[in-house]
Design a protein around this ligand. Structure first.
Ligand code: 4LM
Length: 416
């Protein structure tokens, strides 16, 4: 792949600074210990938050060497900060990538990546179901600059094959897809994309690396909204990109430094790293509560369909079993009573919160037709696999019986 020259201005190498590798390989051990050595920090178990925008050089010579990449070290916090580096080392390790770049939001991750590499005449081939703002960036944003966006049903490999061409620079999808929980075969899509010379970006926000590691199935880049499960406490907006070191550095030195400025704050980097310490146990609880809830919901007379990859009735259940280690905390379901039932369900919730976003301790419920996708026409919603009675639940960490009781009583109001 040819890269533009913009990042040749700076060759800063801050992320090559030495890191004591952890000899323990367990997921949670790495989530807790990777990237921070207490004994380099006065024995402090929690990493310091470096609240500085700039860094002093001992001499002009040192400053020159830093800018030329001849000496590793920090220069300015739009290009890196030690608290950010600590988080990036954890994220790279957990996803199994060479390097990670933590940024200001999930959208910051997606836009910085695409702005770095896409050029007029390129095509991005994307799955038909995408988070709304990703869809908006593709169709209203980057497409204004000569990049063509083509959508396909990524459950249909033949359709992907037909729509790939020598112009396809990126293939982009989420799995499970937001909001309708379609599961995409990562290996199959990567094989087809690579045959055509395209690079694959997987948005792994719904799963986190605890449940699914797309790089192991052949993906080239992972993007995350760290806002969600990886932080886990609803107190941060942040994002990340994971991939090969050389490309991650290019995204830093162009997509972030010059094109978006989507820099994560050191405090937010600290909070996400703190959240990672409990990621495994949180995801276990989210998954088991969601599985129990999904099984109960199938029985309810107001519900026509429950989309949870752990249910044998899910169309891609077997695929989900192959590429996910558990089925996660997200459920989508369809109410027989359509839009009106969706509103009734939402308004009768007592414990669960009516809110967008996902992955928090609180159970969050949203109705795409009246919230995130209200600006689409009903026809557009259908095209993107979002019906009027579709409701999404991010199953929280409350006592599972209480979650089930609240959802069940709200459903009792929907037998229209
Ligand atoms: C939501 N989602 O669904 P930031 N990728 C995926 C997402 O779900 C999101 C982003 C990226 C929701 C937000 C309101 C799969 C966001 C974007 O919000 O920019 O961190 O992530 O409710």
């Amino acid at each position: 792949m040819e890269y533009p020259d913009a990042y040749a201005n700076y060759r800063i190498k801050y992320r090559l600074m030495s890191d004591k590798q952890n000899k323990y390989q367990g997921f949670s051990t790495r989530a807790i210990h990777q990237g921070h050595d207490p004994f380099q920090n006065h024995g402090a178990l929690n990493p310091p938050i470096y609240l500085n925008s700039t860094y002093a050089f001992e001499s002009t010579d040192q400053g020159q060497k830093r800018f030329l990449g001849e000496e590793a070290g920090y220069v300015y916090s739009r290009i890196g900060n030690p608290t950010q580096t600590m988080l990036e080392k954890k994220l790279a390790s957990l996803e199994g990538g060479e390097a990670a770049l933590a940024v200001a939001s999930g959208m910051g991750a997606i836009t910085a990546l695409i702005w770095t590499f896409a050029e007029p005449g390129d095509v991005i081939l994307a799955d038909k179901t995408l988070y709304g703002c990703t869809y908006a960036f593709f169709t209203e944003g980057i497409s204004k600059f000569g990049v063509e966006i083509i959508f396909a049903d990524f459950n249909n490999l033949q359709e992907i094959k037909q729509k790939l061409s020598a112009k396809t620079r990126f293939v982009f999808f989420e799995t499970p897809a937001n909001p309708n929980m379609r599961i995409i075969d990562i290996t199959e899509v990567c094989d087809l994309a690579h045959e055509a010379g395209a690079r694959v970006i997987v948005d792994n926000t719904y799963c986190t690396p605890y449940l699914q590691r797309p790089l192991e199935f052949g993906a080239d880049f992972i993007v995350h909204s760290l806002t969600k499960y990886l932080c886990g406490h609803g107190d941060v907006i942040a994002g990340a990109i994971i991939g090969m070191q050389e490309e991650i550095e290019k995204i830093l030195l162009f997509g972030v430094k010059d094109m978006t400025g989507a820099v994560i704050s050191p405090f937010d980097a600290y909070l996400v790293a703190r959240g990672l310490k409990t990621l495994e146990i949180r995801m276990d609880r989210h998954s088991s509560s969601a599985h129990q809830l999904a099984k109960q919901m199938v029985e309810h007379t107001a519900v026509s369909d429950v989309f949870y990859p752990g249910l044998a009735s899910h169309e891609q259940h077997e695929l989900a079993k192959r590429q996910m280690s558990d089925f996660g905390g997200m459920i989508a379901f369809e109410l027989k009573g359509g839009y009106e039932a969706g509103i009734r369900f939402m308004d009768n919730l007592e414990l669960a919160m009516r809110a967008v976003s996902l992955g928090d301790a609180e159970t969050l419920v949203q109705h795409p037709a009246s919230m995130t996708h209200i600006t689409y026409s009903p026809e557009e919603r259908l095209q993107h696999g979002i019906s009027e009675g579709l409701v999404r639940i991010s199953v929280g960490l409350e006592s599972p019986d209480d979650i089930i009781a609240d959802i069940s009583q709200a459903l009792d109001h929907c037998n229209i």
